[in-house]
Design a protein around this ligand. Structure first.
Ligand code: PEP
Length: 253
């Protein structure tokens, strides 16, 4: 069985106190987790140690950063390196969220560097891909996502790819309340897996977790997560509400 993830992406929301409260509530819920049913909290950098203090009290919950630099270290004021994340025991990092691509000019090439440097320091990258609305409207979504995968992940070896989690997040569904249908999600996840299979082989492709992101809510998570190639979700808005996020975790396969 592939690992299933419910990953919260808080983005730039919540004060420290609100975040602490949210973590406490989610962690005190009665959730059935195991090695293959995991919860991640992608929190703002200043809250990573707080998230670690909380998740270290229980198994199967992990902290995640929302971004890291593609550079190793040096004169890059304001940046945070993968090595720094590793040094405070952060095991996961989002890479290439569409908001980073759109507002901070992150290209497939830059993201390839971020994936690589995460792997170098033993941080699992959660690599985000997905097409904008106009591409979907022209029915070019497969070619668009394939290019993202090719330019950012194909430089990896099969062994390295096995350490990556992929998040398919159609841009038109992020924060819009417009969720991809379970058919659209399944179709793209199966396509992503087929692209990985051609490059890295079937055995590898079958082991990669591909989570869906884009307006996952308590009332649609079960149907989305039930799809054969959907291995859980990356959740923005709904992860800011403890009871909604708890329901989403419960919807994992
Ligand atoms: C996200 O931030 O990755 C996301 C999918 O946001 P939302 O769930 O709010 O659409």
């Amino acid at each position: 069985m592939r690992k299933q993830y419910a990953a919260a992406n808080w983005k730039m929301n919540l004060t420290y106190q609100q975040g602490a409260e949210l973590l406490k509530t989610v962690l005190s819920a009665d959730l059935t987790l195991n090695e293959n049913r995991l919860v991640l909290f992608a929190v703002p950098f200043p809250y990573l140690e707080l998230a670690n203090e909380c998740v270290h009290q229980k198994k199967f919950y992990f902290s995640a950063a929302q971004n890291c630099s593609d550079k190793k270290s040096g004169a890059f004021t304001g940046e945070v390196s993968a090595e720094m994340l590793k040094s405070i025991d952060v095991p996961y990092c989002l890479v290439g969220h569409s908001e980073r691509r759109e507002h901070f000019g992150e290209t497939n090439e830059i993201l390839s560097g971020k994936v690589m440097i995460c792997l170098t320091y033993g941080v699992t990258p959660v690599f985000c891909c997905g097409e904008p609305l106009q591409i979907r409207e022209q029915n070019f979504q497969n070619d668009f996502v394939k290019k993202q995968l090719k330019e950012s992940l194909f430089p990896l070896s099969a062994e390295q790819l096995l350490k990556v989690v992929i998040a398919y997040e159609p841009v038109w569904a992020i924060g819009t309340g417009k969720t991809a249908s379970s058919e659209q999600a399944q179709e793209m996840h199966a396509y992503i897996r087929s692209v990985l299979e051609k490059q890295f082989g079937r055995e590898v492709a079958q082991q990669i977790s591909i989570v869906y992101g884009g307006s996952v809510k308590a009332n649609n998570a079960k149907e989305l997560f039930a799809c054969g190639d959907v291995d859980g979700g990356l959740v923005g808005g709904a992860s800011l509400n403890a009871s909604d996020f708890i329901e989403i975790v419960r919807a994992l396969k």
